[in-house]
Design a protein around this ligand. Structure first.
Ligand code: HEC
Length: 189
């Protein structure tokens, strides 16, 4: 159902069937919903929003719940993990996380320059051949809610056949699949 169920755009357009599926707009296997710990209620409501029945929504919720992710999905206990930061930053509309995750730029300093700010220590980090990991540096600003990164309209519905078939060359879908395959074969490093 997550991959195949025929959906409608919204209750405002009950006759407007869309080509996109849950799996197309969200993470392919739905891990984003698991990761951000969306409630069963929320998943069922959203499924009904897209024209599915309550039961179908419950089945999707059950599938999401059954998924096993190794990281702590609430991200609260493992705040030192970069993965936890993602969850926290994206959900920092929640008050307890805001107070926990308020960082000043001065606090950030220690993460950027773990060995202090002597010219030599700065040079080590700023060196283009260095190993500064910008993905793991907490920042002092709030990112958009994770929902803001999802497509409101999938390219399948925006461009239709061109997305799949392309014009004079590989299609966007083909390019996407090739990129995905490369990540799978070569890893993300
Ligand atoms: C056309 C792309 C698209 C499709 C298809 C889609 N979603 Fe979403 N989904 C989104 C976007 C965009 C948001 C964020 C919307 C917002 O903030 O209002 C979202 C948000 C959600 C949320 C979070 C709602 C909340 O409480 O904040 C859930 C749960 C969800 N979708 C489940 C599903 C399920 C289940 C399906 C399949 C039945 C599905 N989505 C299909 C794009 C999509």
């Amino acid at each position: 159902m997550w991959e195949e169920a025929q959906l409608i755009e919204s209750p405002l357009a009950p006759n407007r069937a869309i080509k996109a599926r849950c799996a197309r707009c969200h993470a392919q296997d739905g891990r984003d919903l698991k990761y951000f710990n969306y409630s069963k209620w929320s998943i069922v409501a959203r499924s009904q929003f897209h024209g599915l029945s309550e039961k179908q929504g419950q089945q999707i919720a059950s599938y999401i719940r059954s998924m096993f992710l190794t990281l702590d999905v609430r991200g609260i206990l493992h705040i030192n993990l970069a993965q936890g930061w993602i969850a926290n930053l994206c959900r920092c509309g929640q008050r307890e996380l805001v107070s926990m995750w308020y960082l000043s730029e001065m606090q950030m300093l220690a993460y950027v320059f773990p060995d202090g700010t002597t010219p030599q220590a700065i040079h080590q980090v700023a060196d283009t051949k260095g190993t500064l990991n910008i993905r793991e540096i907490p920042v002092a600003m709030q990112f958009p809610d994770c929902n803001a990164w999802l497509p409101e309209v999938h390219p399948l519905d925006l461009w239709g056949d061109i997305f799949v078939g392309g014009v004079n060359g590989p299609s966007p879908q083909q390019a996407y699949l090739e990129t995905q395959q490369e990540f799978e074969e070569k890893g993300v490093e």
